[in-house]
Design a protein around this ligand. Structure first.
Ligand SMILES: Nc1ncnc2c1ncn2[C@@H]1O[C@H](COP(=O)(O)OP(=O)(O)OP(=O)(O)O)[C@@H](O)[C@H]1O
Ligand SMILES: [Mg+2]
Length: 313
C-alpha cells in the first residue's frame, strides 16, 4: 500500500467527501393489531413505537462519515416536517447538509407500518424536484467541489441528479475522483466517472444478462470504453465483487461471517470506497477494504455503518 496503515486513519480524518443525490428518510411504525377496521377490511394498528433512519444518499453520507472524513451532502428536499427531521438527523451525525428546498416537493419518505412483527404496508412519499431548485444545487456544487477530495453520486432514480453529466464534468475537470452508484438503463449520464458501482441486476439491465464470466468481461470493458469510465465495480452480493479497469479485472469473494440484513450493503461499499479514495488510496487498494465493510454491514440489522475501528480490527 502506498499509504501506510498508521497513516491511513489520519488521512481519512483529514479528507473531505462531497455526496450528491437522492436522500430519504426511512420511517418505521411498530404496533399491535387488535381489530379490523370498521371502515374497510384492513387491520387497525395501534402504534407503540416509532423509528427513523437516514436513507438513500443520506445513509451513504453517514457511511462515509463513520470512517472519519468530513462530509457535505447536497440534496433536494421539500419544505416539510420530514425535511426538518432529515436536517436534524444529519446535524446530529455531523454531516454538513446543503438542502435545496422545493415547496412543491415531498421530501422522500418510506414509511413502513409493522404490526405483530409483520410489515403490513409501505407508504412512499416522492415526486420530481423542480428545475430551479436543482439549478441552485448545481451552483452549490460548483462552489464546494474545489474543497473536496472525492465526489460521490448516489442515484436512487428520484430525479435529484438531473445535472449529473455537468457535475461529473466539473469534478473531473477539477481532478477529483468521481464515484457513482447508478440506477436505470442509461449509463450515458455517468460518462467520464472514475468508477460506477452497479449490483448484478442493475448491470444486467444495461448490458443484458451474461452467460459466462468471459461474456461479462467483454461487455463491461466495452461499456467502460463507450462511457469513458476508468473503472466499474460490480457488487455481487454473496458472490463478493469484481473490479474492471484498464489493467483487466480482479474478483474477490464475499467476506461476511453472518448475514442478517443485506439492505444498505451497497451504500456501505460505495461510501467506504469514496472515503479511501479521498484519503489517497487507489481503487485496487480500496476494493478489498470496501468488500470487508460490506461483509461487516450485512451482519447488522437495518441500514447501518461500519467504523474505522471495526474495519481495521
Ligand atoms: N449475502 C451476502 N453475503 C456476503 N456478503 C454480502 C452479501 N450481500 C452483500 N454482501 C457484501 O456487500 C456488497 C454489496 O452488496 P450488493 O451487491 O447486494 O449491493 P446492493 O444490491 O447495491 O445493496 P443495496 O442496494 O441493498 O444497498 C457485496 O459486494 C458483498 O461484499
Ligand atoms: Mg445498491
Amino acid at each position: 500500500m502506498r499509504v501506510l496503515a498508521t497513516d491511513l486513519k489520519r488521512r481519512l480524518q483529514a479528507a473531505r467527501v462531497l455526496v450528491v443525490g437522492d436522500a430519504m428518510l426511512d420511517r418505521y411504525l411498530f404496533g399491535d393489531v387488535e381489530r379490523i377496521s370498521p371502515e374497510a377490511p384492513v387491520p387497525v394498528v395501534r402504534v407503540r413505537r416509532e423509528e427513523e433512519r437516514l436513507g438513500g444518499a443520506a445513509n451513504v453520507a453517514l457511511n462515509v462519515k463513520a470512517l472519519g472524513p468530513a462530509v457535505t451532502l447536497i440534496t433536494a428536499v421539500g419544505n416539510d416536517e420530514p425535511a426538518r427531521r432529515l436536517e436534524s438527523l444529519l446535524q446530529a451525525c455531523a454531516v454538513e447538509s446543503l438542502l435545496g428546498r422545493d415547496p412543491k416537493l415531498y421530501t422522500c419518505v418510506k414509511l413502513r407500518v409493522i404490526g405483530r412483527s409483520q410489515q403490513l404496508v409501505r407508504v412512499d412519499f416522492e415526486n420530481q424536484p423542480d428545475h430551479e431548485v436543482l439549478s441552485g444545487l448545481l451552483s452549490d456544487f460548483i462552489r464546494i467541489v474545489p474543497r473536496c477530495d472525492a465526489v460521490l453520486f448516489s442515484d436512487y432514480g428520484k430525479g435529484g441528479l438531473t445535472h449529473i453529466p455537468k457535475m461529473i464534468e466539473i469534478a473531473r475537470g477539477a481532478g477529483k475522483p468521481v464515484l457513482v452508484d447508478p440506477k436505470g438503463g442509461d449509463y450515458g449520464r455517468y460518462a467520464g466517472a472514475t468508477v460506477i458501482t452497479p449490483n448484478r441486476s442493475e448491470l444486467a439491465q444495461v448490458i443484458g444478462a451474461w452467460q459466462s464470466e468471459e461474456q461479462l468481461l467483454e461487455r463491461v470493458q466495452r461499456l467502460r470504453r463507450e462511457q469513458r469510465l476508468a473503472a466499474l465495480l460490480l457488487t455481487r452480493s454473496e458472490e463478493g465483487m469484481s473490479l474492471f479497469d484498464d489493467e483487466g479485472h480482479v474478483r474477490i469473494d464475499a467476506q461476511a461471517r453472518e448475514v442478517f440484513d443485506v439492505t444498505g450493503a451497497g451504500d456501505t461499499v460505495i461510501g467506504t470506497l469514496a472515503a479511501l479514495l479521498a484519503a489517497g488510496l487507489t481503487l485496487r487498494e480500496a476494493m478489498p477494504i470496501a468488500n470487508r465493510a460490506g461483509g461487516i454491514v450485512v451482519g447488522k440489522f437495518g441500514t447501518a455503518t461500519v467504523s474505522y475501528e471495526e474495519l481495521f480490527a
